[in-house]
Design a protein around this ligand. Structure first.
Ligand code: HEC
Length: 141
């Protein structure tokens, strides 16, 4: 049986591309179910420093060093930026959400730090923030 498909040519940003007609087998493969777990079941990354007392103290030092305290207040009690000590979170309280807030910044005035700080320092800041109001909080107010 003669194929009804002929080679198609398309122009993509100045490049001429030839699209060969795929065989029936290839089409079936492309349209098959996407392997692997669905997006909803991908676990959030965990903080490698969660609960680590040394890392939490280091996070406390970084919090002042990078002047997070300048906007969020000493001991993160709030200032021009929101309190990080209270139980209210605009963008989520999990380690991964807090990491994201710091690395990417947030629209209403939170700068992004992802290009300035290495990931391990951001995780230490997260560990410190999550220690607030707990017995593990260093240098309590
Ligand atoms: C220039 C002032 C400023 C500095 C400096 C700053 N922040 Fe923020 N931050 C904000 C503001 C304002 C918000 C609220 C943003 C919003 O609601 O969109 C915020 C939001 C956040 C949030 C999300 C809070 C929530 O309720 O979900 C976290 C976490 C955070 N900051 C951590 C930090 C850390 C850690 C540092 C230091 C590395 C830092 N911030 C430095 C102003 C600042």
């Amino acid at each position: 049986m003669a194929s009804r498909c002929s080679r198609a040519w398309i122009r993509v940003s100045g490049l001429l591309l030839g699209l060969a007609c795929p065989s029936r087998g290839a089409v079936a493969q492309q349209l098959g179910p996407i392997p692997g777990p669905g997006r909803d079941t991908v676990p959030e990354p965990k903080n490698p420093y969660a609960g680590d007392a040394t890392a939490i103290r280091e996070g406390r030092r970084l919090f002042n060093w990078y002047n997070c305290s300048g906007c969020h207040g000493d001991h993160a009690g709030g200032g021009m930026g929101p309190s990080l000590r209270d139980t209210t979170w605009v963008y989520g309280a999990t380690a991964a959400r807090i990491y994201h807030s710091i690395a990417e910044g947030r629209t209403k005035g939170m700068p992004s730090w992802g290009t300035k700080l290495p990931a391990d320092q951001i995780w230490k800041l997260v560990a410190y923030i999550q220690s607030l109001r707990t017995p593990k909080e260093p240098d309590k107010p």
